[in-house]
Design a protein around this ligand. Structure first.
Ligand SMILES: [Zn+2]
Length: 79
């Protein structure tokens, strides 16, 4: 059973995408995402951004600054 709050889940989403969570923690996040469309949307957005950064990081550097800008503004909205 997952009893994470939305706030806790959104913090863990970053660790989830960075592959920093253990299996149990991932299951807790998955459990919350399955029942919460708001956190699911946040997760999808972060995952999309992560992919863009990974794809673009091969060709040019400035995009990582762009990512940091977006990521920081998202984080400050969540806090
Ligand atoms: Zn939630």
């Amino acid at each position: 059973m997952s009893n994470l709050s939305c706030h806790q889940t959104r913090r863990k989403v970053y660790e989830y995408l960075g592959d920093e969570l253990d299996v149990k923690a991932k299951q807790e996040v998955d459990g919350h995402l399955a029942g919460c469309q708001f956190c699911k949307a946040e997760y999808d957005l972060e995952r999309t951004i992560s992919k863009l950064v990974i794809n673009s990081s091969f060709s040019s550097e400035p995009n990582s600054n762009f990512f940091n800008k977006i990521s920081n503004s998202l984080r400050s909205e969540l806090d």
